[in-house]
Write a protein that binds this ligand. Structure first.
Ligand code: UDP
Ligand code: MG
Length: 325
C-alpha cells in the first residue's frame, strides 16, 4: 500500500486562493505518484465565501477533507485542528496563499526518507525588504524577535522559520499531546524534539487576497512566543528591582556622608521626583509583565478547547457533524 501524505491548510478569508491553491497542489502531487494524498482544509471562521469554495472542492475530490470552525480561532488553532484530523503517515502544514512552495515538499520528503530526519521545516531565505513587500521596520522587528526569543528561552527557533513543515506521524502525535491553549507552533515544533533539519526557500509573494496579519497581531504573536517559552522576563524584572535597591542604597550612603563631611544642606526636589517617576515606571512595567503571564495562566486554567468545529465535510462515507473537539 502507498504511504499517505496529509497536507494541512489553514484558510482565513481565502476565497480567491482556495481554487488556485487546489489547482496548483493537485497538479503538483501528480509528480509524486508513489504516495497517496489527503488535503485537510480548515476554514478558520472566514468572513468571505471560503467555506463554499471548500465544499465545492470536497464534492469533486474525495481526498479533500474540509473542516469549518464556528468562528475565527486563529491560525494556530486551525493548524492544531488540521493536525488532529490528518491521518497521513506524513503530515505537512502549509499556507493557502502558495507562499509555501509545494515543490519544496520533494526535498523535504527526500530528507526524511533518505537522510533519516523526522521533521523538516522551511525557512525563508534573504528576508530583506528589497525582495519582498515587507517594510524595513517589519524585517527589523522580526530579526529582533528571533534574537530576543533565542536568548531568553530554552527552545531555539530558527531565524525566519515558517510554519511550513513536513513531519512524520510520531512527531504529529507528539504535537497533539500538547494541549495548551496558548499555542505558539514554531516553538512547539522545536519543543517536541526529534531529528530536525531545515530547508530554505526564496520568499514568494502572495498570489491573491491579502495577508491577515496586522502589526498589532504580529506584536501579540511575538509576546505569545516569548511568554510561552520563557520566564526570563519575570526574572529580569526581579533583577532590575535588586539593581535599583542597590543603587538607591549607594546613593543613601553618599547623601549621609556628604551631609556629615561637607555639611551639604539636604536639597534635591528634582532628584526625588525623577526617582519616584523612574521607580514607578519600573514597577508598572514589572506589573504589566506579571499580568501577561497571569493572563495566560488564566486562559490556560479555564481549559477551554482550542477550537470549536461547526462541520466536517468529506465525500465518501465520512460526513459528520461535530460540535466540539
Ligand atoms: N490564517 C488562518 N487564520 C487566521 C489568519 C490566517 O487560518 O486568523 C491562515 C491564512 O489563510 C493563510 C495562513 O494562515 O493560509 C497564513 O496567513 P497570511 O498569509 O495572512 O500570513 P503571512 O503569510 O503574511 O504570514
Ligand atoms: Mg501568507
Amino acid at each position: 500500500m502507498k504511504e499517505l501524505i496529509s497536507l494541512v491548510v489553514p484558510c482565513y478569508n481565502e476565497e480567491k486562493m482556495v481554487p488556485i491553491f487546489y489547482e496548483e497542489i493537485t497538479k503538483f502531487v501528480e509528480n509524486l505518484p508513489d504516495y497517496d494524498f489527503e488535503f485537510v482544509f480548515v476554514n478558520d471562521g472566514s468572513k468571505d465565501k471560503t467555506w463554499l469554495e471548500l465544499i465545492k472542492l470536497s464534492n469533486i475530490d474525495n481526498r479533500v477533507k474540509a473542516i469549518n470552525f464556528s468562528r475565527n480561532f486563529g491560525k494556530e488553532a486551525a493548524m492544531f485542528a488540521g493536525l488532529n484530523h490528518a491521518t497521513g503517515d506524513y503530515v505537512a502544514v502549509m499556507d493557502a496563499d502558495l507562499q509555501h512552495p509545494p515543490q519544496l515538499l520533494i526535498e523535504m520528503l527526500r530528507l526524511i526518507k533518505e537522510e533519516g530526519y523526522d521533521t523538516v521545516g522551511a525557512y525563508r531565505l534573504g528576508r530583506t525588504s528589497k525582495n519582498s513587500s515587507e517594510s524595513l521596520l517589519r524585517v527589523w522587528y522580526s530579526k529582533m524577535f528571533y534574537r530576543f526569543i533565542n536568548k531568553m528561552s530554552d527552545v531555539k527557533i530558527k531565524e525566519n522559520a515558517t510554519d511550513y513543515r513536513l513531519m512524520k506521524r510520531k512527531v504529529v502525535d507528539a504535537l497533539l499531546q500538547l494541549k495548551e491553549y496558548n499555542r505558539f507552533s514554531k516553538g512547539l515544533f522545536e519543543w517536541v524534539g526529534f531529528k530536525t533539519t531545515y530547508v530554505g526557500y526564496e520568499n514568494v509573494e502572495r498570489k491573491a487576497g491579502k495577508s491577515s496579519w496586522s502589526f498589532f497581531k504580529l506584536f501579540n504573536y511575538a509576546i505569545e512566543g516569548i511568554t510561552s517559552f520563557s520566564i526570563v522576563p519575570l526574572k529580569l524584572s526581579g533583577l532590575l528591582g535588586f539593581l535599583c535597591a542597590f543603587v538607591a542604597f549607594l546613593y543613601m550612603v553618599y547623601v549621609i556622608v556628604d551631609r556629615i563631611v561637607n555639611g551639604t544642606e539636604v536639597s534635591g526636589w528634582a532628584t526625588i521626583v525623577t526617582l519616584i517617576l523612574f521607580l514607578g515606571g519600573i514597577m508598572l512595567i514589572s506589573l504589566g509583565l506579571l499580568g501577561e503571564y497571569i493572563g495566560r495562566i488564566y486562559k490556560e486554567v479555564k481549559g477551554r478547547p482550542v477550537y470549536i468545529i461547526d462541520e466536517i465535510v468529506q465525500k465518501r462515507e465520512e460526513k459528520e457533524n461535530v460540535t466540539t473537539d
